[in-house]
Write a protein that binds this ligand. Structure first.
Ligand code: C5P
Length: 228
């Protein structure tokens, strides 16, 4: 069995309050997405990396990606939502994959993915029936708000995890799940909607998603302080 990565990178990044989609924001002098793709392309457990860009992406071709060689394949087929982008990517690679291949879907916006994150996930799941995701236990106390922003309830955090990526599922199962899913914000929820139970593989908080401007600084700090 082979493992492919799909990197949805067709978002507009509206929460960053920036003109530039966040995948192209500068992180240590490089487009943020270069760090993400470098981590995946360098992994010996991943066979090829597909990056899903928006149809009208103006930025990709302005950069030089030749150092990644043929391990990196851009697909200009992004959709209206993250799930649509992933599904379009899966459809685009249909001829290159077989039923039993694994797909690791990883957000372009998580540039601090480390080799051990990928290796732990794949080691834990490679013989699994369903697949699973990287995640971390919730650290904060969680409050349920009412419609006036008063606390209606305190949600027990026992057993609550924050979903990260990569999310690892078999090609055919994932495609089928996303084709029947509606309004899912990650791959696992589409699999769950089919009545299956993906596994939680413990990651760590350094694999953060760059969402707000502060996250860019955190990501730079993490990359600079990482031991080789
Ligand atoms: O907006 P959010 O942080 O949830 O986006 C997660 C990932 O999904 C990002 O890498 C973003 O580029 C991608 N995305 C996409 N197509 C969309 C929306 C988001 O590929 N239509």
């Amino acid at each position: 069995t082979r493992c492919f990565a799909i990197v949805p990178a067709a978002g507009s990044g509206s929460r960053m309050r920036s003109e530039q989609p966040k995948q192209y924001l500068s992180l240590l002098g490089q487009p943020l997405i270069r760090h993400t793709l470098a981590a995946l392309c360098a992994s010996p457990v991943i066979d090829r990396v597909y990056v899903v860009l928006s149809v009208g992406d103006q930025e990709w071709d302005r950069h030089d990606w030749t150092s990644f060689g043929n391990r990196l394949v851009p697909l200009f087929c992004g959709g209206a939502s993250r799930a649509d982008s992933v599904l379009n990517g899966l459809r685009a690679i249909a001829d290159d994959t077989s039923e039993s291949d694994w797909v690791l879907v990883h957000d372009a916006a998580r540039p601090c993915l480390a080799p051990w994150h990928i290796e732990n996930l794949v080691r834990e799941l490679i013989h699994d029936e369903v697949g699973g995701i990287l995640a971390v236990p919730v650290a904060d106390t969680l409050k349920q708000a009412d419609s006036h922003q008063h606390i209606a309830a305190t949600v027990p955090r026992d057993g609550l995890w924050q979903a990260q990526t990569p999310q690892m599922f078999r090609y055919v199962m994932l495609k089928r799940a996303l084709e029947s899913a509606r309004n899912v914000t990650d791959e696992a929820s589409a699999i769950e909607a089919m009545g299956l139970r993906p596994r939680l593989v413990r990651g760590d908080p350094t694999n953060l998603k760059v969402t707000y401007p502060l996250d860019l600084h955190l990501a730079e700090w993490i990359l600079q302080h990482r031991e080789e």
